[in-house]
Design a protein around this ligand. Structure first.
Ligand SMILES: Cc1ncc(COP(=O)(O)O)c(C=O)c1O
Length: 368
């Protein structure tokens, strides 16, 4: 507008109408009330829809809300929901808590199920929920095979695409109906904003948008501005996250004090072929198995100085956490160590290696 490179940040609840006639015909107007959207939210929705190849996109205040709102939109009492077992833990907590209380039957499936999902489909299966790669354990699924079988059974498919971002994976091209993002991670990119998005195809957008409005959530204008700003550098940041994470993953794999590295882009990874066939790049999040008990893992983590201890990822700074797989029914750990999840930030790799060396020395000392 007026030649400015960026859209205006519109703070709004009220939108004024020219007449009662215009109020009556408000469904055809682009803006009617702050909750429904503003030129600021529309700019981000359009950018994400283009990146995802989607019909339209909704914005919500967190990545977790981008998971719960589509599930609420497409499920009701008496329905059956299939969820991949390697799902982000709060997704499982929502399913086992709120959805179960609503009367939804929940079943977890193996990420390697492929077309075999057809055998799990029931006449009342309404949603198949995917995440690829899986949280913390990084299994990669055959998205097309699962979606085709889900659609044949009449279910809607949703995928949490936060890890790859639409730059490295476009779920709608693989049969997914709704692509979910924690914009908090790479699109925001600076650990200072929380937001989520759901990009939908033409068949699912109306029900999704109606549910968003019935629940009454959208994203705040200053936060949307931060994500719009982050999105412009996401491509170059991701290249750096990708290169640094791959270098560290290879380095960790060569060490005797690491039992296993789970990074989909490593040739040695058990799902590398599935990753290579579907994804055009990898991001900065992966995990490795540190032998020993939790005491060794705690000693490793507590010795880190540059790398912070924290649960999020996708920001400029590196983070580490000990992975808890106690909620899993299928994708459990091998049991001979603790998975450490690394979020590789934008720091220099030699500095990160030196910090990790300190962690390994502390873990070794704790082993005695
Ligand atoms: C895979 C995945 N999806 C969704 C989320 C939720 O995002 P938010 O923290 O914005 O609620 C996270 C957060 O860690 C995540 O790891």
């Amino acid at each position: 507008m007026h030649g400015f490179v960026n859209p205006p940040v519109v703070h709004a609840s009220t939108v004024l109408f020219e007449s009662t006639e215009a109020m009556k015909k408000r469904q055809s107007l682009p803006y009617t009330y702050g909750l429904r959207g503003t030129p600021t939210t529309k700019a981000l929705e359009e950018a994400l829809s283009e990146l995802e190849g989607a019909h339209d996109t909704i914005l919500v205040p967190s990545g977790l809300a981008a998971i719960t709102i589509p599930l609420l939109a497409f499920l009701g009492a008496g329905d059956h929901l299939l969820v991949v077992d390697s799902v982000y833990t709060p997704t499982r907590t929502f399913c086992n808590g709120t959805l179960k209380r609503m009367g939804v039957e929940i079943e977890y499936f193996d990420p390697h199920v492929g077309a075999g999902i057809a055998e799990l489909m029931k006449p009342n299966t309404k949603v198949v929920f995917l995440e690829a790669p899986g949280s913390n354990t990084f299994e990669v699924m055959d998205v097309r095979a699962v979606c085709d079988a889900a659609h044949a059974g009449g279910a809607v498919t949703m995928l949490d695409n936060t890890w790859a971002t639409p730059l490295y994976f476009r779920p709608l091209e693989h049969g997914v109906d709704l692509s979910i993002h924690a914009l908090t991670k790479y699109p925001g990119g600076h650990s200072d904003v929380m937001m989520g998005s759901v990009s939908a195809n033409e068949a699912t957008i109306k029900r999704l948008r109606d549910t968003q409005m019935q629940i009454g959530v959208n994203a705040a204008p200053d936060d949307v501005y931060l994500v719009l700003r982050g999105l412009k550098t996401m491509g170059v940041r991701l290249e750096r996250h990708q290169a640094s994470a791959l270098e560290l993953a290879g380095w960790l794999e060569s060490r005797d004090d690491v039992a296993e590295v789970r990074h989909p882009a490593l040739f040695s990874f058990f799902d590398h072929e599935l990753y290579d066939r579907q994804f055009s790049g990898s991001s900065g999040l992966f995990s490795f198995l540190l032998p020993g008990g939790f005491d060794q893992a705690a000693a490793f983590l507590d010795a880190l100085r540059l790398i912070g201890l924290g649960y999020s990822w996708g920001g400029h700074e590196s983070l580490a956490v000990a992975v808890d797989l106690s909620d899993r029914t299928i994708c459990k750990g091998p049991g001979n160590g603790t998975f450490i999840r690394l979020q590789v930030g934008l720091e220099d790799v030699p500095d990160l290696k030196a910090d990790l060396e300190g962690g390994f020395a502390a873990a070794s000392a704790a082993r005695g």
